[in-house]
Design a protein around this ligand. Structure first.
Ligand SMILES: [Zn+2]
Length: 521
């Protein structure tokens, strides 16, 4: 692992045919018909790896594949991953092979990354069927050790359970105990097609929290760039896309923010080699084959660009900001982002402590950010105020940061001195600040308490959060009195009232210094 942000990570995956950098997208190659040839995938687009279907190869090209190997069969000189055919089961019911045969066949054709023949759960199925798919997949996973003969092939263990999260949990735990090199989350394709990204968050997080952290996680059938950022942020490392070709066949044009129909387009919002020099109406006039190829190529370029943007966001420590940006593409994605609140504690535990860049805060959705959760946790668990501190003086956040170096702060302190607050010696100064809550003055230069930007005016939910933090801090503390400097312009009375309640509960005096004289110049 080289870099990380949220649960996203840039890492290296070693295979017998080369080292791959993750997050990685495998374009799906149909062994029988290709709109973009595998060789082109590597030479033109730079794909180091592709995924193809072992079941289809076995059914139609068994002898050739066995004698040549899958790399020569596809004419692809990189890493080849094979899916077992499980998706075909989902589509067409039973298939004419056995789990043992598929394992042996993948070894025989020299695949680099192979998948056991799992039983996909699917979407909108009964609980008993879902249970069957989980149990049968685990049974087959256990059999792998007795069937496989090679040690240089990486094996993928698919987690099943669909929308039944307790089954996903069981599946992840039991699969996680088996020595797979890579784990995968099965059958989210339909969930994604229905734009149920909130369900997807639950599924991925349940799998992630119950699988070995250090192993790569593949998200099967997640081929649209609109959700790469979300999936990577939740810890998915590998993706496959058949969508680039399937969409092209239906004249659908992918963008990083959604899908457009070619016949509704006047302009191409893209400058990839497939779009450059063409207009949608020109592409509409092409023969079906050519049109499909142009669209497939564009779709691939869009996918590559999006994966690169996500990776760069990880390096810049801006994956959360990027998720926010993406979440504006569709209400379903915004809903998924809001869902992360439920997993905030886990995200915090597994996110890096420091970043190269400051943070951007927009509104209450950002309260789920690991940095906000971490400050709350640490203030609660690890912080105690200076021993002699008898009076807590709570000051509003200042526009300049760090707070204690701002002009406003200096002005306020001058006034406090004048107001005969001789107790200033025994006073402890803290700021109330959005989004973090209470920021003790001696910590205000600690990352990220000064290294952030926030959009004003502060929204009510964020104010309430800060008020709650202030109240909790007072209730837990041993201060003998509180002096609260109001800033009505930016905070209304939300924090003041929380302070009043907390002081009443602790039976200590509260002095509120109000008026515009304390506020902004
Ligand atoms: Zn394009």
């Amino acid at each position: 692992m080289k870099h990380r942000d949220l649960l996203g990570r840039i890492g290296k995956l070693k295979t017998k045919s080369g080292v791959l950098e993750t997050p990685l997208l495998f374009p799906v190659i149909n062994p029988l018909s290709q709109v973009v040839a595998p060789r082109e995938m590597r030479e033109k687009f730079g794909f180091q790896a592709v995924i193809t279907n072992a079941y289809i190869i076995k059914k139609h090209l068994e002898d050739e594949a066995k004698s040549k190997g899958v790399h020569a069969l596809l004419d692809f000189n990189g890493v080849v991953m094979t899916d077992s055919g499980a998706y075909q089961i989902l589509q067409y019911g039973e298939i004419e092979t056995s789990p043992e045969q598929i394992v042996k066949f993948q070894e025989a054709i020299d695949t680099d990354i192979a998948t056991i023949l799992d039983v996909p759960t699917g979407w909108k199925v009964s609980r008993s069927h879902a249970e069957y798919t989980v149990n049968e997949t685990i049974k087959r996973a256990r059999q792998l050790a007795t069937v496989k003969t090679r040690d240089d092939v990486l094996w993928v263990g698919p987690v099943q359970g669909g929308e039944f999260l307790d089954l996903v949990q069981k599946s992840a735990r039991q699969m996680g105990e088996l020595p797979f090199h890579i784990y995968a989350l099965g059958s989210p394709t339909q969930v994604m097609e229905q734009y149920r990204f909130d369900v997807l968050v639950d599924m991925i997080m349940t799998a992630k929290m119950n699988l070995p952290q250090e192993k790569p996680l593949h998200l099967f059938g997640a081929g649209h760039p609109v959700m790469f950022a979300l999936a990577v942020a939740l810890g998915c490392d590998l993706f496959d896309s058949a969508a680039y070709a399937l969409y092209a066949k239906e004249d659908r044009y992918m963008t990083a923010y959604g899908t457009m129909r070619l016949n509704e387009m006047e302009y191409f919002p893209c400058s990839c080699p497939a779009c450059t020099g063409r207009t949608p109406s020109e592409v509409r006039d092409e023969l079906a084959m050519d049109r499909q190829r142009i669209l497939a190529m564009h779709n691939l370029y869009v996918c590559i660009a999006e994966i690169n943007r996500v990776k760069q966001a990880i390096i810049n420590g801006r994956l959360w900001e990027y998720l926010r940006l993406k979440s504006q593409s569709h209400p379903a994605l915004f809903q998924a982002l809001k869902k992360l609140k439920e997993y905030a504690a886990y995200l915090e535990e597994h996110s890096s402590l420091t970043k190269k860049s400051g943070l951007f805060f927009f509104d209450a959705v950002d309260l789920a950010r690991p940095e906000v959760v971490r400050h709350r946790k640490r203030l609660e668990e690890r912080y105690s105020p200076p021993e002699k501190a008898e009076t807590l003086i709570l000051l509003p956040q200042t526009a300049e940061k760090p707070f204690h170096k701002s002009k406003e702060y200096r002005r306020i302190v001058k006034i406090l001195r004048k107001e005969a607050l001789e107790k200033l010696e025994n006073a402890h100064l803290c700021f109330y600040a959005a989004p973090f809550g209470v920021v003790p003055i001696e910590l205000d230069e600690t990352y990220p308490l000064s290294q952030y930007e926030i959009a004003l005016p502060i929204d009510l939910e964020t104010k309430r959060y800060v008020a709650e933090q202030v109240a909790n801090y007072i209730k837990k503390s041993g201060y003998k009195e509180i002096i609260f400097v109001e800033d009505r312009e930016n905070w209304n009375e939300v924090v003041t009232e929380a302070c009043e309640r907390a002081c009443k509960k602790r039976k200590i005096p509260l002095k509120v210094l109000s008026g515009n004289r304390w506020g902004k110049p």
